[in-house]
Design a protein around this ligand. Structure first.
Ligand SMILES: [Zn+2]
Length: 242
């Protein structure tokens, strides 16, 4: 038996907390597809519905309200392709996410409600992503999520009002940060790359040129790839608790 990088013996409950529709698929969609097909239970919690993800100059008539409704549908379709079971939205405004105490409380509530074994988010320290400046929502989401995990989620002294709502302390066993420049776990996701691409293409409002996107994503193959045998990886900074 080959040792899998996750080393999970039983079925895991996995909660993915990211900022926008399409973040789960772009950041770690192939890994999520791999986990779903291994029988793990995946739920998304997205902070925004990506309502500013359009260019008013080239999309006359589009409004944040209209786009929000469309992107919720797109995200549900993409999640279905990946194999995720549910998508929740926290209804923050796109582009204005701040890692404040209100967001931290909301995320502690989500963690205590969903009681995940594994929590997936993104690395808040990634200021310069591969395409330029990392979106501030990504950084704020990663920061607020890590702050919610530790020390708040598992400590009754934090946000006692959540206890009154019936949410007991809970600690995920592992936190997986995608979109990181300091990875300590690499997953070979070659087998699941096609599913990732199919899910990404469900975000139709975000894909202007399908061919160009497919080419761009192909260029992410590993250096030891050949045209006959391309290989793809997704990398994470993983923190394990006990
Ligand atoms: Zn994003």
């Amino acid at each position: 038996m080959t040792l899998q990088p996750e080393n999970w013996q039983e079925t895991k409950k996995i909660l993915v907390v990211l900022a926008h529709p399409d973040d789960p698929e772009f950041f770690c969609g192939a890994t999520l597809a791999r986990w779903a097909r291994a029988g793990h239970q995946i739920t998304y919690a997205l902070l925004t519905c990506g309502d500013k993800g359009f260019n008013p100059a080239t999309s006359p008539g589009m409004t944040p309200e209209k786009l929000c409704a469309i992107r919720r549908v797109e995200q549900n379709n993409a999640a279905r392709v990946i194999g995720a079971r549910a998508v929740h939205f926290l209804d923050r405004e796109d582009g204005y996410v701040v890692a404040d105490l209100n967001l931290r409380r909301d995320l502690v509530r989500v963690i205590r409600r969903e009681t995940p074994d594994i929590l997936v988010t993104c690395d808040p320290q990634n200021l310069f992503a591969m395409y330029g400046i990392n979106h501030p929502d990504h950084r704020a989401c990663g920061q607020a999520t890590l702050d919610a995990v530790f020390p708040a989620a598992n400590n009754v002294a934090y946000f006692p009002e959540l206890l009154a709502e019936g949410f007991q302390p809970h600690m995920p066993k592992e936190v997986w940060c995608s979109l990181t420049n300091q990875p300590n776990v690499t997953i070979d996701v070659t087998e699941f790359w096609e599913i990732k691409m199919k899910a990404i293409l469900e975000h139709k409002t975000q894909v202007q040129d399908v061919e160009k996107l497919i080419e761009r994503m192909k260029s992410r193959r590993t250096e030891d790839s050949t045209d006959e045998a391309p290989r793809f990886e997704e990398k994470f900074r993983v923190v394990r608790y006990g």
